[in-house]
Design a protein around this ligand. Sequence first.
Ligand code: SF4
Length: 319
Amino acid sequence: MLLEIKNLSVSFDNDEGELLSAVKDVSLSLDRGEILGLVGESGCGKSVTAMSIVRLLPSPPAKYVGGKILFDGEDTLSMPLPQLRKLRGKRIGVIFQDPMNSLSPLHRIGEQLVEMVLLHTEMSKAAARDLALEWLEKVGIPDPAIRAKAYPHELSGGMQQRVMIAMGLMLEPDLIIADEPTTALDVTIQAQILRLMKRLHRINSGVLLITHDMGVVSQMATKIAVMYAGEVVETAENVSDFFANPKHPYSRALLQSIPSALTRGKRLPVIPGNVPPIGSFKDGCRFADRCAFSRDECFKSNIPLKSLGNENSVRCLFN
Ligand code: SF4
């Protein structure tokens, strides 16, 4: 298995010295050739889970309070930092949501790509430059030799995101973490970027795709995990089965919010209320306050993630 997250729990210290649970007992797995769509609304713990893989959460305040993250059998949570730094970029590529926060505003994009190659390989500067231009071309940047000399702010949002994708993929990592890679883009550019990512996904790499957008998952993912309020509430090994028959009321509510030809001109249903902020999770089902099917027993004790066979699972009393 390429990636196994086992019972991961992450908390954050607040100003009063309390430890607030953000992610609890999360277990996920991803193999080569798979694209795991990790979905849920903002604040459900998707990015905390993903950034824990490469320990990119600021610590403190983040604390890894339990679990393991095995990347090719080695635990990245207990790995010495120099060893982890060698994995980042080289074997684990990260495509962030906001390129302007991730690209250096002070350096030309070509320089940033070249520096990334030099940091992780024995390539000469000339070969690194060739590779950078090759990838700018692959991600659809016109006139790569000219654009390589541009600073990030001289490129459009779509072009910046293409540069991030080139940076995340150019060293052909085994694992790609794509955190809301198209959220900041308009619909046309989003479709182009998704097509590009799908085309560039190599069969011997695995992708962890984080998104709140079920439409993106339906186009990209091969398997799915749904998170709510820091917990996994449903996993499905087959995306088509999931879309045909989601088990958890939260998954069903998310799917009902996708626009389609059938809903054109109609008001889409919304899930009432909000995701509870970290530190305010109550006992019982964390979704109970928003669930249309809740009963008294849903509020009483914590609900375990139940196996449904075929490696699928759900966290609901009535499934
Ligand atoms: S356990 Fe109860 S409240 Fe929670 S999702 Fe299932 S039906 Fe809804």
